[in-house]
Design a protein. Structure first.
Length: 108
């Protein structure tokens, strides 16, 4: 089961409990990541399949939702910290997130 599916099974008023129940992702524990921003996300209530297109070229509708999202930056930072390998997060594709991570690692 994915982290997202696991988190969705927990009550919204207990994000820390949900996070504590999820296994570690890389060097960052989900319990250390703030997920409260998800309550304000523009994608909340939209079919998740929209954000997991088969081809990157099919991600335009997801990017449109992300473009007006008030928590786009938090979403992207979450995806980078959690090493989300699939889907559109913060308006970025898997490839774009890999580029961001590469750039950040070279800049340090």
């Amino acid at each position: 089961m994915s982290v997202e599916a696991t988190l969705e099974n927990f009550p919204e008023d207990q994000p820390d409990v949900a996070a504590a129940e999820v296994a570690y992702i890389g060097a960052v524990s989900i319990s250390e990541l703030d997920i409260s921003w998800k309550r304000r996300a523009a994608c909340r209530g939209i079919d998740p399949d929209l954000f997991y297109p088969v081809k990157e070229s099919d991600a335009d509708d997801a990017r449109q939702v992300c473009s007006g999202c008030p928590v786009r930056e938090q979403c992207l930072e979450y995806a980078l910290a959690a090493n989300e390998k699939y889907g559109v997060w913060g308006g970025t594709s898997e490839r774009e997130r890999r580029r961001i991570l590469r750039y950040r690692s070279q800049s340090q």
